[in-house]
Design a protein around this ligand. Structure first.
Ligand code: CTP
Ligand code: MG
Length: 178
């Protein structure tokens, strides 16, 4: 149980960027409205430059709030890292999450899935796998992300996604429970 909570905590800088993109996104699309060789949009209107930047900054902001919480509650995960290593790690997690989010859209468009339509598993895991891949370039990644944590993240992320959506549906924040 503790490992699951640790995993969720460590992944917050990768989980939260898309929420910031939803809130602050809009404007010029990342693909500038251009089409790929298959005649479909490269990424689509759901991926914007402002959303991407807000997402990365938002993930980094959340990580700083986590530092404050760790220090006041009295546990050490992100707060045991030297600040420069901390920044490198959480930047790569947040940036990787947004690159992965965009890659997910690129793949969806290639399969002919329209912007906003869901693509199970891909929608919930691409961002995480790219976040892991990017973050693995940070020395601090090896310190905090054990193999166990990495595997738990891959298993719980789609379940967490579903749980959050079902709760949002029950609270009538969403029209469908997925
Ligand atoms: N968003 C954004 N810029 C991003 C990512 C997201 O502006 N880089 C905003 C868009 O308004 C988008 C919303 O957040 O519609 C929801 O994000 P997401 O579900 O990732 O995009 P979809 O609209 O579902 O598009 P896609 O099918 O390409 O995933
Ligand atoms: Mg979507």
């Amino acid at each position: 149980m503790l490992e699951i909570l640790k995993t969720i905590w460590l992944l917050l800088p990768a989980y939260t960027p898309n929420n910031f993109a939803v809130i602050f996104g809009g404007g010029t699309p990342l693909d500038f409205g251009k089409y790929f060789i298959d005649g479909k949009r490269i990424l689509g209107d759901g991926k914007t430059i402002r959303g991407f930047i807000a997402g990365v900054l938002g993930g980094i902001l959340i990580a700083h709030l986590q530092l404050l919480i760790e220090r006041s509650v009295g546990f050490e995960l992100y707060s045991k890292l030297p600040y420069d290593q901390f920044i490198r790690l959480v930047f790569l997690l947040a940036f990787g999450a947004m690159v992965g989010d965009s890659l997910g859209s690129f793949i969806k468009r290639r399969f002919g899935v329209e912007r906003g339509k869901c693509f199970p598993v891909l929608d919930q895991l691409t961002f995480l796998l790219v976040a892991y891949a990017f973050a693995s370039f940070s020395p601090a990644f090896k310190v905090l992300f054990t193999t166990e944590i990495i595997v738990i993240g891959i298993v719980i992320t789609p379940l967490l996604h579903l749980a959050v959506n079902v709760i949002a549906y029950i609270l009538k924040l969403k029209e469908v429970p997925w």
